[in-house]
Design a protein around this ligand. Structure first.
Ligand code: NAD
Ligand code: ZN
Length: 359
């Protein structure tokens, strides 16, 4: 299945399906034949788990550079190492980068591509559920010690090729993490889809066809938003539902221990509680959603590990925070997001409510 993404800076297709790698790569034949060198950037876990399938279905000559997995991949040190590698390989403006991995590899490889010789083409080949989100839309970044994703660029890929065969080797934790972003896409767009998710199987036990449908649906939601607002001046902010409080939990826990999407699920509950206050979401829905998230094993115990004061430090570091005033994406009703400024004291009250619900 192909989902087109048209932004002012580039138009491309997201191809998603099972076993589609070879065919989708071949569909980009011109891009490959124009390239004087093809560099695959990946991480150690992805390469260990998926090297043989990748090599068996990649019909062009390439060099591979294997990086440390997880957030380590998005460090300045690794960014520098990769640029050095490209220079030593004598890559030029005509070289092509393949980002083969999850969101971390995609963010790093995209930023490398955006900045090597002022920009060279790249293709996203995502390997996690979460990357149905991160690989689409052109946000690329590395981390600074003073904040995650603080150094980056909007830089669109030439294509996104999402072969869901790669998802077979994901751990349960990574499936749970990625599904939180799928559920986020449902919450900001489609009440009926949310109902289906809430009533359906555990997120780690979805039949493959249904999972593929959900991923395509999520990509469609993201593509529609990114087309309207490539650089997050308006509606793209809706994609940050659950991310203000979620990022604070993720950062306080130390990146990796609570996976990105796991933290976002906690943030989604926080946003629902706030949406009861500023929108028309009813408390019964929030409680039902929380029950669903707990049944699915999201790590709510992480909240109790920190005081609100400890989380505040991270809340205020959020890129969306504007000198002490916090900006949240909330829901008027399910499927209808809006942006709301919220005082820290109001957050403290919601944080108290969340802890009471979890007790
Ligand atoms: P990740 O890339 O760190 O992958 C998670 C773990 O799974 C890693 O250990 C990785 O090595 C492993 N892995 C990946 N694919 C695998 C496979 N097929 N089989 C076995 N193991 C595999 O993390 P992620 O959850 O995919 O993405 C999180 C990152 O994405 C964060 O850095 C976040 O900031 C970023 N992100 C970016 C955007 C964006 O729009 N650019 C959006 C959301 C998240
Ligand atoms: Zn996210």
């Amino acid at each position: 299945m192909e989902i087109p993404v048209k932004t002012p800076s580039n138009s491309y297709a997201v191809t998603i399906g099972k076993g589609i790698l070879r065919e989708a790569l071949t569909a980009q034949h011109d891009l490959f034949t124009k390239a004087d060198k093809i560099i695959v950037l990946t991480d150690e876990n992805v390469w260990t788990a998926q090297q043989s399938y990748f090599e068996a279905n990649f019909p062009y000559i390439f060099e591979v550079h294997v990086m440390p997995a997880g957030e380590k991949c998005k460090s300045f040190e690794n960014y520098n190492e990769v640029q050095t590698y490209l220079l030593k390989q004598k890559c030029t403006r005509k070289s092509l980068i393949i980002a083969f991995g999850g969101g971390a590899v995609g963010d790093l490889a995209g930023f490398v591509a955006a900045t090597y010789m002022r920009g060279i083409p790249f293709i996203q080949v995502p390997t996690t559920i979460l990357a149905h989100d991160s690989a689409v839309g052109g946000k690329t970044a590395i981390n600074h010690e003073l904040g995650k994703n603080m150094i980056g660029a909007f830089y669109q890929p030439e294509a996104v090729i999402f072969d869901i065969t790669f998802l077979h080797s994901l751990s349960e934790k990574e499936v749970r993490s990625g599904m939180a972003e799928v559920i986020k896409h449902a919450l900001i767009s489609d009440a009926q889809w949310v109902e289906e998710l809430l009533e359906g199987d555990h997120v780690t036990e979805l039949p493959e066809d249904l999972l593929a449908n959900y991923l395509a649906h999520g990509i469609q939601v993201k593509a529609t938003i990114v087309e309207q607002d490539e650089t997050e001046q308006s509606v793209r902010k809706y994609l940050n539902l659950g991310h203000t409080y979620g990022h604070a939990i993720e950062a306080a826990a130390g990146y990796g221990r609570v996976a990105h999407g796991e933290a976002i699920m906690i943030g989604l509950i926080f946003s629902l509680l706030l949406s009861e206050k500023f929108g028309k979401v009813n408390h019964q829905f929030t409680k039902r959603f929380l029950h669903f998230a707990m049944e699915n094993g999201y790590p709510f115990e992480a909240v109790q590990e920190f005081t609100f004061e400890q989380l505040t430090e991270y809340l205020l570091k959020d890129k969306k925070a504007d000198y002490g005033q916090l900006q949240f994406v909330l829901l008027e009703t399910i499927g209808q997001p809006f942006v709301q400024k919220v005082e820290l004291e109001q957050c403290r009250e919601i944080d108290r409510q969340l802890r009471a619900l979890l007790a």
